[in-house]
Ligand binder design. Sequence first.
Ligand code: ATP
Length: 887
Amino acid sequence: MEKWYELEIETIEEYLVTNITTGLPQEQVDDRQQEYGKNVFKTKKKTSLVRRILHQLRDVSTIVLLVAAALSFLLAFKEGSSFIEPTVILAIVVLNVTLAITQEGKAEKSLEALAEMNSPNCTVFRDDIRKTIDTSEVVIGDIIILETGSIVPADARLIESFGLSCDELSLTGESEPVEKDATISISGTASVGDQSNMVFSGCIVSTGHGTAIVTAIGMDTQMGQIASHLHNTETLKTPLQVRLDSLGRVISWIAIASALFLLAIGLRGGADFGTMIMIAISMAVAAVPETLSLIVTLSLTNGVQKMVTKNALIRKLPAVETLGNTSVICSDKTGTLTQNRMTIKHLWRYGTPQISSDDNFGRKEEELVTMLALASNATIDKNEEGKTEYIGNATEVAIMQLLSKKGLEKSTLEDRYPKVAEIPFSSERKRMSVILKETNGYLIITKGALDRLPLEEMSNQKYQEIMAVHDSYAKKALRVIAVAIRYVKKLPDENELEKLEQNMSFVGLIGLIDPPRPQAAEAIEKAKKAGIQTVMITGDHATTASAIAEEIGILSEGKKILTGSELSHMSEQELNDTVKNYAVYARVSPEDKIRIVKAWQENGDVVAMTGDGVNDAPALKAADVGISMGITGTEVAKNASDMVLTDDNFATIVEAVSVGRNVYENIKKTICFLLVCNLSEIVIMLFAQMAGWGIVLTPIMLLLINLLGDGIPGLQLAKEVSDEDIMAKKPIKRNQGLFTADMLRLILRQTVSCSVVSLLAFYIGSFIDVSNIMSASLDIGQTMAFLTIGWTSILHIFNVRSKKSVFETTLSNNKPLTMSAIAMIVVFGLLVATPIGNIFGLTHIGFVHWLIVIVLSILPTLSHELGRVADNNPHSIRRRTYNYIKR
Ligand code: ATP
């Protein structure tokens, strides 16, 4: 590797065949990409199909099933019985594994696509145009633009730098930002940490800005060399998935215990050993909801995809679920609740009357705008279509637009007053300064929040006059920027530049309007109905913030405003006790955000927090759901967040919450659906054995029910669209158990009714001669029980779909679900009606048997409907008791 830090820029420019003013032409970029590949670290190897299959085979239920197949083969060999049973069991294992692998593959693909959408961007100069590109597209020789909060896309030698410092913690372990300077010359051997005229891939620009020429990409970068340590292959499970895993384990134990119990009863009753083992093992398998974890994964990835269409990119899967539980959204003001389209409305040069930006400007006003422009980094450029484009932060863009409107040009100003240094803006300082060369010395221009300008002493009258104008702007919801200047003969040392910011003379004020987003008020109202409080956290002045907060409905009656300085005087305890009284936090710094998040969390709330700057990263991590801005957000904030808003819009958060709730509901529905069937199977088998009725369902029948009756329609629950009232409910509290009382009641009621009807069907088929042509037999009993439990389970999916009556929900809402349920009902019927059923031990049944089965299968759904009617009837005993207790 070259010692790029030793070389002059011109030498590197020549060596890498590039141009530092215009950047590379596109054809060269294409050639270099062809030759050297993408700017990426080697990605982890894809898991091979064999590995995936092996992974599936490690699953407990699959192992039990395989043991069952092996035992069944053994019995067939030994006793000369049919090989159909073991073959079918094996076929079911294959089907199950295939289903799991294809569905998981699909889920993984959609997550990969998401990761691609989430890949970082950077800004480069190519063909003399500033472009934002995917970091992976960067080539050697590219001219990159570095801004506060950007992540350095590749190793590069600095061309110019202003107040630039980089966080190189991940590369060198240095925790303090390292100062960078394009003009420094280094010779000899320098360690990475000492190469201060270089920036390195993956490091974060902490302050300032600059440009640099790319010298190494991908695995050739310093970070690439340690890339193998960077891969984080673990896939995080969501809290719900973890809870479901443990639920799965509990059910497995119940199943195994029941199986052992069945085995003991059977053996005591003198049943044949081989059959009993088979029954016991299959019982264990049948009772485990094998498809549960698959459906949960699908629900989550479906949620993620749906969120993408609503402009929310999920970066961490657990966020989908946590979003659904959110009870407080702490939102930035600028750009999230407002449009970030700033326009200067009013301006006031001290000593002259206030004017509107549309009025004719005199020399004094022109000077004010000129000073503001000189102290701005926004630039005017032509985009690829040749249109004029203003680039920079919205406040500064507004300044440049006014400058152009008044026919002034920044370049001529810059020629006259060359910039020698800059003290950059930060959300903590809320001001920035530029130091310009003048004939006899230096001019310092500082612009920023009025209360942060280090002004010289002044008379009370002057102070009052300035405050009066400031407040009158702020009350109109205008952002106020003040300007002050100072002349000095000599400059202090480079690291003491901040000392220049003192004794400054006040020049004037501007008031900028940033209208609220049109959807903001509606979304805040929607959130309120969903039991979610929105609070505004802003760096802006309290008066400006409260004017906007009132306009969009955040500052409703009884809610108060807290300023950053008040906050700094509060103890943690005081803040925890009073945090719920505040709806607006003004003039806060990013550090304050962590205190605010923690205080809400202390009150038991689940907090979603937005942020865009480098310093917002810790608060984004501390929040339950950290949300970053796709358009204005820094790469650092995006990296720290759980979700990125591609449109920066507050309303998107509320939409995402709604999707999150939908996902959570679907998972709960899945549990209700699958558990009923599995529990009923346990009850039926146990009861019949204890009553001495015999084996209700053979292993194959149980597996068919689980796979066809449960698995296939169940998969479609992941796509279920929520009831409209999903955003009319209160958020689910942190740590609230998975099973609500309603859910438990439904599971219990349905398990009982499903078990009763299936046992009845079995009993009638086995012991009562209801048909004149066929006399009762075990085969008929089993067939009737198989049909009854199968159909009942399938129909049960319509009970869990919605709180509303089956007749009120439209079947077309989730067509795949309805279609697969109908298809499986038909398949079950065909299995009995055609000779195929014989393979599975099913037999022909008579007309009366069919009738009985149909009636019995419908009964549980009917009883559920009646239960619902009772629940909704204000005169029902249960409702009356409930109302009484509530009183
Ligand atoms: P939020 O996005 O959190 O609502 P904000 O964008 O209003 O907050 P900051 O960016 O921290 O908050 O800005 C705070 C204050 O700093 C503003 O009220 C303004 O007075 C001043 N300010 C903002 N941008 C600039 C700038 N480019 N130059 C100088 N001062 C600025």
